[in-house]
Design a protein around this ligand. Structure first.
Ligand code: HEC
Length: 301
């Protein structure tokens, strides 16, 4: 009996050493940034670029960050959008139109960890769209660079069934989006190799234990199946925090090279259970600098 218990505890220690939960990081000592997620309705990239639908259109075209004009107003934006009549779809589904979270980012042993505090028991999916600021609009417009008027559920979708994409993947971008005007496979491949895509990194909180989510967005949103996600990419619950981790360097398609001395940006999204596509809460862009030393510092616009 005693012997067995001894064997078990050695096993347990080994398991603890191997699991991401065993991270020695003390999150209480890592400084965070408040991120407010809000309901964006059907405000597409195209809407934001056109003055008749967005008073800040000139700013977006000149690459002024959304934060410059709206930072701190996210909750108000979320409730204003959710209360307009055509957005009843969101009101019926129940959850609040905004949510305050804190984001902490830290590097340890060649892994980068993103910790988000979310209300206990929360389910659904949390995801980031991450860029090393290779795509021209990531730093200033975050998620909106991939949110088009003809995406499924958006105003001009017209049965097209398009997931998120980047305008750079299309030959003909109009006021209603780029439709099916895809660039050639060779051109898309060249864009991918030039880092012209957004990485999707997240956590599925609807399963127990929580599971990592990974993919990328270029001409469409391309998600990896769980069994295809490389080792080291992980998501865990850790005392009220959801911690999403990945190695700084991953030799697989759709993973941004996270080398020190660079600026990065991300947009965060939360889909509550049953919510799909555009019915979600999102953040304005969040930027951070990853120093050669591995230290992470948030950048304020
Ligand atoms: C140069 C300033 C400026 C920039 C940059 C800017 N906006 Fe705006 N935006 C405005 C103004 C002004 C309004 C109209 C007043 C209001 O509703 O706050 C507005 C309105 C909005 C609305 C409200 C629509 C509604 O139905 O209530 C949303 C959502 C929005 N902007 C999102 C964004 C996003 C996302 C970005 C970044 C991609 C952005 N804005 C960048 C100035 C700006």
């Amino acid at each position: 009996m005693g012997f067995n218990r001894g064997v078990l505890s050695v096993g347990a220690i080994l398991l603890l050493l191997m699991c991401p939960q065993s991270s020695a990081l003390e999150w209480s000592k890592v400084s965070g940034r408040q991120v407010t997620l809000f309901y964006p309705g059907q405000i597409s990239w195209e809407n934001l670029l056109i003055t008749s639908s967005h008073a800040g259109a000139a700013g977006v075209r000149n690459k002024t960050s959304c934060n410059t004009c709206h930072g701190g107003d996210e909750s108000a934006l979320g409730s204003a959008i959710a209360s307009t009549p055509d957005k009843a779809v969101y009101k019926q589904s129940g959850p609040p139109a905004s949510l305050q979270t804190t984001l902490k980012i830290a590097v340890e042993d060649n892994l980068i960890h993103f910790a988000i505090d979310v209300p206990p028991g929360i389910r659904g999916q949390i995801s980031f769209m991450l860029d090393n600021e290779h795509y021209v609009h990531s730093a200033t417009s975050g998620c909106w660079a991939s949110c088009h008027d003809d995406n499924t559920g958006m105003a001009s979708s017209d049965g097209l069934e398009l997931t998120k994409y980047l305008s750079a993947s299309r030959t003909n971008n109009t006021r209603t989006g780029g439709g099916r005007s895809y660039k050639s496979l060779n051109e898309l491949d060249a864009l991918l190799h030039a880092g012209q895509y957004l990485e999707v990194l997240g956590a599925d909180l609807s399963v127990d234990p929580v599971a990592p989510i990974h993919g990328y967005v270029l001409e469409a949103r391309r998600m990896q199946r769980l069994q295809e996600i490389p080792a080291g990419v992980a998501a865990v619950r850790n005392e009220g925090w959801i911690v999403i981790s990945r190695p700084l360097s991953v030799e697989a398609t759709g993973y941004k090279a996270m080398t020190g001395g660079q600026d990065f940006s991300l947009g965060m999204a939360l889909h509550y259970p049953q919510q799909r596509g555009r019915v979600h809460l999102v953040s304005l862009p969040v930027r951070f600098h990853l120093a050669e030393s591995g230290e992470v510092r948030f950048i304020t616009d």
